[in-house]
Ligand binder design. Structure first.
Ligand code: HEC
Length: 289
């Protein structure tokens, strides 16, 4: 088919438009009817999921704190907000991970505004202005290389940012004043481990808030090391190691309970070992070597 001039294209479009207007299906009631059916299906689906979610509620006997556990579709509600938590690591919902990651790309405080305001604003303005910028009436993809490239690139960029955003370590928070916290946060542990209570965000070793090691595991790993985890026997005294193990076991938390002295993984002797080791053993970082 020979290439048409803009005028010919417009005329052919108008012919088609007039034809459709005469013989095509009207918006009302055809499209309205379709939309109504689809909307009803969506509403029924949401109601079905809500009923399923509600039917799966259960509770852990003797653990009112843990909230009502749920099933496949998530818990009824999670543990109550704890005003005693000093190190809270805020993370966005998954659909904002791309913005989260975009923000992380700009580390300089002066450049933060680029990731947080300027780029998102440009995106939004482009999105709103797109129909005015791209006025090409052609619908054939081969005639619209730029639109096609952009249409492929944008989702790829967004998905990539979302993926890395989901893996991003937390920003780290404030160090708590629990015995052992400062030693953990100021010592070598912080470079490799994330532990909310200590406000650390290392990502070489396991996230301790998720691993939730018990006292014996922690004691053994800190003493003897394993894989990428160095042994600290000889660098730390027995009291210091036992303090760190107790601190980690107590504050990494156990499933279903708020971390702390009442967690099943807590070790009653731990604060004592920290005191024996000199509180939060100042200069703990220098103890290595
Ligand atoms: C050089 C990085 C590095 C440093 C420093 C480090 N760890 Fe580790 N840690 C690791 C790695 C890697 C593992 C996983 C070991 C394995 O299972 O093979 C680990 C595992 C652990 C575990 C067991 C977690 C589980 O899976 O249950 C605990 C507890 C722990 N580390 C505590 C500490 C403490 C406390 C310190 C500071 C005294 C510390 N780590 C310093 C890298 C490190």
């Amino acid at each position: 088919m020979p290439r048409l001039t803009a005028r010919e294209r417009r005329e052919s479009y108008q012919r088609e438009y007039a034809f459709q207007k005469k013989h095509g299906k009207s918006f009302f009631p055809n499209a309205v009817f379709h939309d109504t059916i689809v909307s009803l299906i969506v509403v029924a689906l949401i109601m079905g999921m809500a009923i399923l979610w509600h039917a799966q509620f259960g509770s852990v006997p003797g653990e009112a704190e843990a909230g009502r556990i749920g099933g496949l579709l998530g818990p009824a509600y999670e543990a109550k907000a704890d005003p005693g938590v000093l190190a809270y690591d805020p993370r966005p919902e998954w659909y904002f991970f791309f913005l989260f990651e975009l923000l992380r790309l700009f580390k300089e405080p002066a450049l933060l505004i680029v990731g947080s305001v300027i780029i998102p604003t440009i995106w939004m303005v482009l999105l709103i202005g797109w129909p005015f910028i791209d006025r090409n009436p052609d619908r054939r993809l081969s005639r619209r290389p730029i639109a096609l490239a952009l249409g492929v690139m944008v989702p790829i960029v967004l998905l990539t940012l979302t993926f890395y955003g989901s893996k991003a370590p937390g920003a780290g928070g404030a160090v708590s004043t629990e015995p052992g916290a400062a030693a953990f946060a100021n010592g070598p542990c912080s470079t490799c481990h994330t532990l909310a209570n200590a406000g650390t965000a290392g990502n070489v070793g396991p996230v301790l808030d998720e691993a939730k090691p018990d006292y014996e595991t922690a004691l053994n790993l800190i003493t003897n090391g394993k894989g990428g985890m160095p042994a600290f026997k000889g660098q730390y005294t027995a009291d210091q190691i036992s303090c760190l193990a107790g601190y980690v076991a107590t504050w990494s938390g156990a499933t279903g309970t708020t971390p702390g002295p009442s967690a099943p993984s807590a070790k009653a002797t731990y604060p004592a070992s920290c005191e024996a080791a000199g509180g939060d053993f100042a200069g703990v970082a220098a103890a290595g070597g």
